[in-house]
Design a binder for this molecule. Structure first.
Ligand SMILES: *Cc1c(COP(=O)(O)O)cnc(C)c1O
Length: 410
């Protein structure tokens, strides 16, 4: 049995903004939350050192964090930003998206993937996912969606599982399209020995609090294109040619503004935390994969009517999410209520973007094209998965889930 108490309280505090408060503002006492942060004294000490140094805005710690992430994914450049949504926006700007242009995007993702395209004035064209086993964007659906206005493909490595990158890059080359990787779930994932995020023209990582590593809020762009990296650095900070740090060090007295930039900078506090979190990443991703294996083994035996996406997927996954598909006709709401009544938090990744009010125009026109997304989105449930959970937690989730799958109206 899982004990409540101090750990649960700490967890509730760490995740208070998105996990542990219910609609009435009370702290929900989940026995097993959907996700959890692995964080210790090292993060606190690293943040403390920055605060005492009194250099808080982007400086040498951020440069160190960028170099560490670039080395980790084996890309030439990394550009840290305030969150992955900002990273995606800058990637879309740098890809030349704007009014009259189109980007091809999956609908089964977080809304930020599509919003980033729309910030530029470009249109979102949704492409269907590959199937119940592969929840990533379908290469054939991308091919069908290309028009003379298409400039970019934004792929999302769902749950940390790689998209078909060799085929997508080949297609992009043929049509002269930029490839932007939304790798928010996929830091540490690999395909054919190469890290995700380093496959496309540019990769975007998120360090939001429920991701595989966190800086509270934060993001990073990676690229091996020198000119693109230069442009992204300018766009991150008002299009200005020098940074505060350079002026402070006496390297520069003035600056020019050469582009319409934004203020999307990260800060030293978060970069310091990110450096420590990166050091924990490989071990934590390994644990996520082990729990995923255990989930699959147990679910195959105890709930054989459930579909397990990505069960024989190529590559090494960062295992950000543990999605299952309930059998057709099962009552998902009742399933989730059943889990909740036992103190187990579940979620839905994702309500597809084309169904949101703000996307109705795109959605209505394109819904007909997304039959697999529609089918999967109606049956998908995410089970708890985080590196600090235990085998016993997984056993409990599975035995509870096995008893909670009931057809509608029974
Ligand atoms: C979390 C997430 C984002 C946005 O990340 P932020 O850092 O919160 O802006 C974008 N895309 C996907 C797929 C995500 O899961």
């Amino acid at each position: 049995m899982i004990t409540r108490g101090r750990r649960a309280t700490l967890k509730a505090c760490a995740n208070s903004s998105f996990l542990a408060w219910n609609a009435e503002g009370d702290i929900m006492d989940w026995r097993i939350t959907l996700s959890d942060i692995d964080m210790g004294n090292e993060e606190i000490e690293a943040v403390d050192r920055v605060l005492r140094s009194k250099w808080l805005t982007m400086g040498s710690v951020t440069q160190e964090f960028e170099k560490a992430v670039a080395d980790y994914v084996e890309a030439k450049h990394a550009v840290a930003v305030t969150n992955a949504t900002a990273a995606l926006h800058l990637a879309c700007v740098a890809a030349g998206l704007g009014p009259g242009k189109e980007a091809i995007v999956p609908s089964l993702t977080f809304v930020a993937t599509a919003n980033a395209v729309r910030y530029t004035g470009a249109s979102v064209v949704f492409a269907d996912i590959a199937g119940e086993q592969d929840l990533n964007i379908s290469v054939e659906a991308i091919e069908r969606s290309v028009t003379e206005r298409t400039r970019a493909i934004v792929v999302v490595h769902y749950g940390g599982y790689a998209c078909a990158m060799p085929a997508i890059l080949e297609l992009a080359r043929r049509h002269n399209l930029a490839v932007i990787e939304d790798a928010a779930h996929a830091i540490g994932s690999e395909l054919q020995g190469k890290k995700l995020g380093a496959w496309g023209d540019v990769g975007c990582f998120s360090f939001f609090s429920n991701k595989n590593m966190t800086t509270a809020e934060g993001g990073m762009l990676v690229t091996s294109d020198d000119a693109l990296a230069e442009r992204l650095r300018l766009l991150r900070s008002h299009g200005m040619t020098t940074l505060t740090l350079d002026r402070h060090k006496g390297h520069a007295w003035s600056y020019d503004v050469v582009d319409l930039g934004y203020n999307y900078r990260i800060d030293e506090i978060r970069s310091a935390m990110g450096l420590v979190q990166l050091g924990r990443l490989d071990r934590n991703n390994r644990r996520r994969r082990e729990f995923t294996r255990l989930y699959r083994e147990l679910l195959r035996n105890e709930a054989p009517q459930v579909t397990l996406p990505f069960s024989s997927h190529p590559g090494v996954s960062a295992a950000h999410l543990m999605p299952i598909l309930l059998p057709p006709g099962a009552d998902r709401l009742r399933f989730m209520e059943h889990m909740k009544s036992r103190g187990i938090q579940t979620s839905i990744h994702y309500p597809p973007i084309h169904r949101f009010s703000a996307y109705r125009e795109e959605g209505d026109a394109q819904r007909i094209k997304l039959p697999i997304t529609e089918e999967v989105a109606a049956r998908i449930v995410t089970l708890p998965l985080y590196p600090t959970m235990t085998d016993e937690n997984v056993l409990e989730v599975v035995s509870c889930a096995a008893g909670g799958i009931l057809p509608k109206g029974c």
